[in-house]
Design a protein around this ligand. Sequence first.
Ligand SMILES: C[S@@+](CC[C@H](N)C(=O)[O-])C[C@H]1O[C@@H](n2cnc3c(N)ncnc32)[C@H](O)[C@@H]1O
Length: 271
Amino acid sequence: MAGNGGWQLTESGPEAYEQYLVPPLFGPWAERLIKHANIREGDRVLDVGCGTGIMARRAATHVGEQGTVVGIDINEAMLTVARTATADITPAIEWRQGDATALPFSDETFDVIFCQQALQFVEDPAVALREMHRVLAPEGRLAVSVFRPLSYNVGYDKLAEALERHAGAEAGMMMRSPFRGHSRKELRALAEDAGFSDPVITIEISSVRYPSVEEFVRREAASSPLAGSLDSLDRGVREVLLDDIAEALHDYIDDQGIVIPLDSHVLVAQR
Ligand SMILES: C[S@@+](CC[C@H](N)C(=O)[O-])C[C@H]1O[C@@H](n2cnc3c(N)ncnc32)[C@H](O)[C@@H]1O
């Protein structure tokens, strides 16, 4: 395992997220959501739970000089990476620190709201969706994605199981946290209760490729709050962890590395 320099999990989580997860995973998913929202020149866009800002950045390329883009996230460290990545772009994106359940905007401020893989982390998603409805203008469009449960995302299921076995319950739980997975019925109810009419929920499936099992584990861990705990794992334990994952995901290993399937719900609705 670990050729150059071992695991190197000590870089900042948000920087690792931007480097490892945005280009192959969140970037392509952002393009999908952009298409769903039918974004137009002049639109006023809000990206809720923007993280390092990939949705907002992609949206900015569609709204033109007259459009505006705001990204909001609860985590200031993610916003720091977003600010650095967009220092020179036009239109300028406004980055705000704040909670999805208490959006600091007036009613009917935005034409399009995105929320990519963030709703599952919000303590009260019903309140967050009500807030999104409140700040969306009449006829405004909402596009949200949330991973389906782990049973549909086998790569992360096996990764979480192996982490639990070798790095402890907390590490397993952390890797499971993005996959809380509301059912289609629950998502529809959440959207309708928030005031959205005729929400459309689709299942979207893609994949992400890593050059090796080791890189899959290392990059995912480095980009998450797990970095510290895995960095301190004994080298022997790490090797067993990797062997365990390689065996569990044997059917997803090919001549160029490992392919991890990604299975998500996309919710699109109009105000
Ligand atoms: C998996 S990341 C997704 C980030 C981004 N949307 C993307 O596509 O790369 C989840 C983000 O949700 C943010 N988040 C979690 N709870 C939040 C809340 N209550 N309000 C705002 N952001 C929140 C986290 O800080 C994190 O940046």
